[in-house]
Design a protein around this ligand. Structure first.
Ligand SMILES: [Fe+2]
Ligand SMILES: [Fe+2]
Length: 437
């Protein structure tokens, strides 16, 4: 009898992670075996259910949600080709080509549903896609805007490992692994509970299987890139820091009317918790540190529960902090406290400050806040402090605008909405402390 050697999950001496169990060619072969047809799905019963088992509000809520998917599937189909050029190995390119076919199939699946079940008129695929426009949230537009910026850099020829890693983090980890999968669970759960839309459900099961392969590919590639280049982890941290406030706004219902989610038996907090669990799981599977000073999710407090984190994020969102200036930014004390916790958590451990440093934010429309930075440790507190090293005198909206990248600091200084006092040497080193978009 011959002994079968055990499966080698990782090279000797290398930390074993879940990504080591993923093989690119195995993923390709799963694609061959999992092929399905978006054209053959039968939507006859779906059309009856849509009109008879959903009431007016449910139809409105479901259409809003499915529009986000339809737009997303079309976008990811369009944005994938630069990945094929940038990926270093042949087996990456082969797999990514199958993924591109999948995304086109998903877009066609949603397009058929919009036409045959929802009854959206339009002569072309583009017409039906435009019908989804009115339902798009600010969050989804910004997430895909950022993905477009990063894939443009790949298109222009930046095929460096940190850039490819940022693109994978946005596409495979955030868009697919966090947003799409959370949305799929939400939809699949209520469709099954209600026992409606059999054609759509069958399609969604296939979409979800495809997405699992895509996400597994992303986890494997990010793990490989991370092992090959120490610049990958800081690059991923930077892009995740930029996208998270927008990602949170993707499922933000019209007029903050939570019935859009609750009508199908879920809550906003529940959806956000599922999303952040998914993201954390993928980061760990790729062998990356999620939390702490060198973690790639520095804006998530490791000690807080998922529910608490989500609740805090929604307080900031409702105060307009994540709106990119499209909403009034309110001087909300609770939101400000949470915001400064995030700022402290995102202080870069490799900053260039020479000794302990105190920064004071003297807000004229809310109480002051100060931060003490000593080595990699940053603590924040409400109230003033004598003799800070740097003082920013400003208002909340201007500061949130500067930290979010939509208010130019130079312009704020000129218009005297921002006044800065302090040592020029410390000021010159501040960009090394905070991540700026
Ligand atoms: Fe997809
Ligand atoms: Fe996908």
């Amino acid at each position: 009898m011959t002994m079968t050697p055990p499966i080698q999950l990782a090279e000797p001496g290398k930390k074993q992670i879940a990504a080591d169990q993923i093989d690119y060619i195995d993923l390709y072969s799963r694609w061959e075996h999992g092929n399905w047809s978006a054209m053959d799905l039968d939507f006859t019963q779906d059309k009856i259910d849509w009109n008879e088992k959903f009431d007016d509000f449910m139809r409105k809520a479901a259409r809003w949600n499915y529009s986000l998917f339809f737009f997303g599937e079309d976008e990811v189909a369009d944005q994938l080709s630069p990945f094929i050029d940038a990926a270093p190995l042949e087996e990456h390119k082969y797999f990514l080509t199958t993924q591109q076919v999948d995304e086109a199939r998903h877009a066609i699946f949603f397009s058929r549903f919009f036409k045959e079940v929802i009854g959206v008129e339009g002569a072309s695929y583009a017409d039906r896609l435009r019908a989804a426009d009115a339902d798009l949230t600010y969050g989804i537009k910004r997430v895909f805007g950022l993905l477009g910026d990063v894939t443009d850099e790949l298109r222009r020829g930046d095929h460096s490992k940190p850039k490819l890693a940022q693109a994978i983090a946005l596409y495979h980890f955030i868009v697919e692994g966090t947003l799409a999968q959370t949305g799929q669970h939400f939809i699949a759960d209520y469709l099954e509970r209600m026992d409606v839309l059999p054609g759509f459900r069958a399609g969604m099961v296939n979409v979800e299987k495809d997405e699992q392969r895509h996400i597994a590919f992303g986890v494997k590639l990010l793990a490989d890139l991370n092992r090959q280049d120490p610049e990958v982890s800081p690059a991923v941290r930077e892009i995740l820091g930029k996208v998270m406030p927008y990602a949170l706004g993707v499922f933000r219902p019209p007029n903050d009317d939570e019935r859009y989610i609750e009508v199908f038996g879920e809550t906003m907090i529940g959806v956000a918790v599922t999303g952040s669990r998914q993201l954390e799981m993928r980061v760990v599977a790729a062998g990356m540190e999620p939390y702490g000073p060198s973690g790639v999710l520095p804006f998530l407090d490791a000690d807080a529960t998922y529910e608490d984190r989500a609740a805090r994020a929604f307080v900031m969102q409702k105060a307009g902090f994540f709106s990119g200036g499209t909403e009034t930014i309110k001087p909300d004390q609770e939101a400000l406290d949470y915001y400064f916790d995030l700022v402290a958590a995102a202080v870069r451990p490799d900053h260039k400050l020479k000794g302990p440093t105190t920064i004071l934010w003297d807000f004229n429309d809310a109480g002051p806040r100060h931060m003490r930075i000593e080595g990699a440790k940053a603590t924040v507190a409400a109230g003033s402090v004598p003799e800070p090293d740097v003082t920013f005198r400003t208002d909340i909206a201007t500061w949130i605008g500067i930290s979010g990248g939509f208010v130019q600091p130079g312009k704020a200084l000129l218009t005297r909405k921002l006044k800065i006092k302090g040592s020029p040497i410390t000021l010159a080193k501040l960009p090394s402390v905070f991540q700026t978009p």
